[in-house]
Design a protein around this ligand. Structure first.
Ligand code: HEC
Length: 152
């Protein structure tokens, strides 16, 4: 009788141990999973950051072709031949562009006010990159103090 009770005690202890073991096993699996999550983050974050900075750098564009597109796509009609902007149309100076390439692209795809939107169909990404390269090549206008005539 006593022995039986002892044995039963043992088995419930065993059961407890088995339970502990399975909890430990689950904890182990959790730790392993977390390890991989962290590893993925460690590897993934710099990669994501690198991708982001490549987005901020304009894609390679052909400034000469961009100049042609600036005319043929009608940008000049509102922004002026040099992208200098025009009071009559209310179009901002965009040569050289003050926006990052991302901002530039976003704006042209969905402008806020008067400017008509240019879809990817009308103006493919590569054309846009060429126009950006062209606008980047335009110097800022000189400041008054840098114009010799005005310093006489
Ligand atoms: C019909 C006139 C018109 C045409 C065509 C046009 N724009 Fe504009 N654009 C504007 C006006 C007006 C603004 C000022 C903000 C507004 O009203 O949307 C503007 C603003 C912009 C801006 C934002 C400037 C800033 O710094 O905030 C960019 C960039 C731009 N235009 C690029 C272009 C490019 C590139 C083209 C040709 C593919 C083009 N625009 C064609 C009228 C025009």
């Amino acid at each position: 009788m006593m022995k039986r009770a002892e044995r039963r005690e043992e088995t419930s202890e065993e059961r407890q141990m088995n339970l502990n073991a399975s909890v430990a096993g689950r904890m182990n699996r959790f730790a392993t999973l977390m390890f991989f999550v962290f590893a993925a983050l460690l590897i993934g974050l710099p990669a994501a950051r690198a991708q982001q900075s490549s987005e901020n750098n304009p894609p390679a564009g052909n400034a000469q072709n961009g100049k042609k597109l600036f005319m043929s796509d009608g940008c000049y009609e509102c922004h002026g031949q040099q992208g200098q902007g025009a009071a009559q149309t209310g179009a901002a100076r965009i040569g050289p562009p003050q926006l990052s390439y991302d901002g530039f692209q976003t704006y042209i795809r969905s402008p806020k006010n008067q400017m008509p939107p240019y879809t990817v169909k009308a103006l493919p990404d590569q054309d846009l990159a060429d126009i950006y390269a062209y606008l980047k090549s335009i110097p800022m206008p000189p400041k008054g103090k840098d114009i010799p005539l005005l310093n006489k």
